[in-house]
Design a protein around this ligand. Structure first.
Ligand code: SF4
Length: 198
C-alpha cells in the first residue's frame, strides 16, 4: 500500500510515472482518485482557466465493418442489410449543414470496410478540402491501422498520405490497443496490437 501512496505523491510532485506505476494505478485506484489526479495534472500543464471547444458534426461515411466488436450496435457486416457508404452528395450536404450552423470541424468515422482502399479515403479528403474550409478530424486508430495493412504501408506512411490529402487531426476514440501480454475479456476481432501502431 505504501508504494501505492508513493505513486500518488510522485504525481502530485509533477514527476513522471513509469508504465508499471501507471498500470498499478489503473488496476487499484478508484475512479474519483484517477479523475482528481488527471485534473491536477491538467491544471499544472494549463494553469490558465480556459477551456476551449469546437462545434463539429460526426459523419459516419460507412457503417460496414469487418471488425465485429461485440459492444458495437453501429456496424453492419459486409453484405448485411442496412450497410451503406454515403455518397459525395450526402457528404457535401452534411458538411454544408454543419457550416450553416456555425460548425468548424467534422469528425469522419466509419468502419473497416473490406472494399475501400487508401485511394477512396484520399479522394474523400480531397473532395472535402477542395469544396469546404473545414477542419477534418478523422479515422480511429483501428481504421488507420486497417488502411495501412490493406495498402502494405506502415501506419506512419499511411497517416502521412492522409495528411497530404487533407486530414487535419486524428481522434483518440477507438484507440483500443491490446497489450500483447494480456488477453482482453471481450476482444474485438481487429483491436490493434501494441506493436502494430508504428
Ligand atoms: S471497429 Fe468500430 S465500427 Fe467496427 S465493429 Fe468495432 S466499434 Fe463498430
Amino acid at each position: 500500500m505504501n508504494d501505492f501512496i508513493e505513486i500518488i505523491e510522485k504525481i502530485q510532485r509533477h514527476q513522471r510515472i513509469d508504465t508499471q506505476e501507471a498500470g498499478r494505478l489503473m488496476a487499484e485506484a478508484d475512479l474519483l482518485t484517477l479523475g482528481h489526479l488527471a485534473n491536477a495534472r491538467r491544471r499544472h500543464l494549463h494553469p490558465e482557466p480556459v477551456v476551449t471547444y469546437v462545434i463539429d458534426r460526426n459523419i459516419n461515411y460507412t457503417n460496414i465493418c469487418l471488425s465485429g466488436c461485440r459492444f458495437c450496435a453501429f456496424f453492419k457486416a459486409p453484405g448485411q442489410d442496412g450497410g451503406y457508404v454515403i455518397t459525395r452528395e450526402e457528404l457535401a450536404e452534411k458538411i454544408q449543414e454543419t457550416l450553416d450552423l456555425g460548425g468548424t470541424q467534422i469528425l469522419l468515422q466509419g468502419g473497416m470496410h473490406p472494399d475501400l482502399d487508401l485511394a477512396f479515403y484520399k479522394d474523400m479528403l480531397q473532395f472535402i478540402k477542395n469544396r469546404f474550409g473545414i477542419h477534418i478530424h478523422g479515422f480511429s486508430p483501428p481504421e488507420i491501422h486497417f488502411m495501412a495493412e490493406k495498402s502494405n504501408l506502415s501506419v506512419s506512411d499511411t497517416i502521412q498520405r492522409l495528411k497530404q490529402a487533407g486530414l487535419d487531426s486524428i481522434p483518440g476514440g477507438g484507440a483500443r490497443f491490446c497489450a500483447t501480454t494480456s488477453v482482453p475479456k471481450f476482444p474485438p476481432i481487429n483491436a490493434v496490437q501494441m506493436n502494430g501502431w508504428r
